[in-house]
Design a protein around this ligand. Sequence first.
Ligand code: ZN
Length: 175
Amino acid sequence: MKTPATALPKLSPKAGNASAVQAAGACVCGAVRLEIDVPAVWAWHDHSARSRHAQGAAYATYVGSWKSRLRILQGAEHLTRFEDPQAGTARSFCARCGTPMLYERAHSPKMVNIPRAVFSERTGREPRYHLNLAEQADWTWAGEALAPLKGYPGVMRERPRKKTRSAPLDPMFEP
Ligand SMILES: [Zn+2]
């Protein structure tokens, strides 16, 4: 029986290195698709100010992979690369939708870090490591107790940290 062409895996020059299991990921618009061989090397939370800024998030969670085990399956031409010589890093993102896709660091040139959030599948590593905690933003939610906000289903509120007086509601929630 002839296999339909659509069922064939997309091959890349490095396909010979592929392990039996891959984890696939994509940017928000779907133009860029990639995969890594599973398991990844490690996974970690990066609390550095630079990653926070670049990702637009309290902290970034990355999956580290050997570069030789990463394949860009589609849309490599949409990846825009920003090199920061001062930090010794290079960040690549989808130029169509802005999703951060790759983060390379000069001191580990054979590794590439990929935001955990771009993967739709398990990568074989739990993010158990925290780096650059000294740079953690003081507004990062660290699991403090939350309580439901009355009148706003689905909204939880962190209790005020200082007990001297209760913090006013943010304007968004004022009646
Ligand atoms: Zn995109």
